[in-house]
Design a protein. Structure first.
Length: 455
């Protein structure tokens, strides 16, 4: 009998440097905010390291061409390095860039976008990109909405609430979060104490904190604390919640279905936020922007860049609740929004009716398959897709369908791909700018205006 042995040489060669330490110099940052260095022919990613820094690292994962490493020490620090302001930063997975100055974060993000766009051929027909001033956010206290994870430990019989760790799915128990609005952050520790007094504390799924419903000119709106509970509240728990609601001046709700939250009297609660004079209602499970100030500025810039007038007919794809459509409606002849989620379409139309916008209508459509666009009906297009982008839409658009196309992106990779499709169809980049929606994180929001090439 012939025995065949499988060699582990290749596998061991890849992993023989695990746990070894090396000295490297960081050249740049990748799209996730990690330092990038070269080591013996491999690209090494180092979380927490910055360009120009010489660092000591320990390899924690290694493959044929790439490796990941832990930052051990820094021999010379970048001028852009700063001390993180959050006590939980090293363990929490919520922020990735607090060790980099705010100005440095914005430069890094613009470099990431510019590099991807150049790689995808955006500069084949233009010598440069017309970058506009970044819409800047506050560095902290900007989140109006947050979801806290909850974890019940069988051994200690206690509940931890906080964020997921950066390296795994375990919960980092936090006492405060400096990127939240203060009126939300101050509730974290009292909530931890509260839930550990529950009779059914092991049934907690998560807790949503929301302060987006307050009008900008009215600072008396109560934060909403929404519980996702896997069992009905006991009478004892309801009493605890009622006391907490009064003591902390909040509204307590429970998520009983995907789009339905009820208060302690079992009455449905509708959330709302105010945007450029429009009231937009939503439920706790709906997508909304979490940075109220930047959302206001983003929509205002979209209106400005689209150069709207009363003869314009605007098509808003991936319209959601009407975040862009509703403020735009006052400026134009009509707006039509198309959304892939039917429930969101109904809510958007409700919001149009709520704001008495008779020339703003919403429709359901499978945007992943593209849509049939009649260029005789609309002269301007707004795209605000999820991270996957709008590839099929951009393929559907015929050459010079629209005078202007405004693309709002939360993923520079899909933006680079989709924008290339538009450029190939005869559009040029008229304006481009960053939106500082998520300071201290590696998330990048970009706005691009494409203009019909009339030559």
């Amino acid at each position: 009998m012939v025995q065949i042995y499988t060699s582990n040489a290749k596998k061991s060669k890849k992993r023989q440097d695990i746990n070894k330490t090396f000295n490297v110099e960081i050249a740049t940052l990748n799209q996730h905010g990690e330092g990038v260095a070269k080591l013996e022919g491999k690209v090494v990613f180092v979380k927490g390291a910055l360009p120009t820094e010489k660092v000591k690292i320990k390899i924690i994962d290694s493959k044929k061409r790439v490796a990941s490493a832990q930052l051990i020490s820094i021999s010379n620090k970048s001028e852009e390095r700063r001390e993180p302001f959050c006590a939980h930063y090293q363990a929490c997975g919520g922020c990735q860039l607090q060790h980099l100055t705010h100005a440095g974060q914005l430069l890094y993000k613009q470099d990431v976008v510019a590099g991807l766009l150049k790689k995808h051929g955006w500069l084949d027909k233009q010598t440069s990109l017309p970058w506009q001033a970044t819409i800047k956010s506050k560095e902290s206290a900007y989140r109006t909405r947050v979801r806290l994870a909850a974890y019940y430990d069988n051994k200690s019989r206690s509940v931890s609430i906080g964020y997921r760790q950066a390296s795994n799915k375990k919960i980092v128990q936090i006492t405060q979060c400096d990127i939240m609005l203060p009126q939300l952050s101050c509730l974290i520790e009292p909530l931890r104490v509260l839930v550990n007094r529950f009779t059914n504390k092991q049934a907690i799924g998560h807790i949503d904190l929301n302060a987006f419903h307050c009008e900008p000119e009215k600072q008396d709106g109560k934060p909403i604390v929404n519980f996702r509970f896997l069992k009905p509240f006991s009478q004892q728990d309801l009493a605890l919640l009622s006391t907490f609601q009064l003591q902390h001046n909040v509204i307590i709700t429970q998520q009983i279905a995907q789009n339905i939250a009820v208060d302690l009297n079992n009455q449905a609660v509708t959330l709302e936020y105010y945007l450029l004079g429009k009231s937009i209602s939503f439920s706790s499970s709906d997508f909304t922007q979490i940075n109220k100030d930047i959302n206001q500025a983003m929509v205002a810039q979209a209106i400005d860049w689209l150069d709207l007038n009363k003869n314009d007919e605007v098509l808003d794809l991936y319209c959601g609740l009407g975040n862009f459509s509703l403020p735009i409606a006052d400026k134009v002849k009509r707006v039509a929004g198309i959304e892939g989620v039917l429930d969101m379409v109904d809510k958007a139309q409700h919001n149009a009716n709520l704001n008495q916008l008779t020339h703003c209508h919403f429709y359901h459509g499978n945007l992943e398959e593209g849509v049939s666009i009649d260029d005789t009906k609309f002269n301007k297009l707004l795209l605000d897709p999820a991270r996957a982008g709008a590839e099929n839409i951009c393929k559907t658009i015929q050459a010079n369908n629209f005078d202007l196309i405004l693309y709002v992106s939360c993923n520079p990779s899909s933006l680079a791909r989709d924008g290339r499709l538009l450029i190939e169809k005869g559009y040029t980049v008229a304006k481009i700018g960053l939106l500082d929606m998520f300071p201290n994180t590696s998330h990048i929001e970009t706005m691009v205006l494409f203009k019909k090439n009339t030559k």
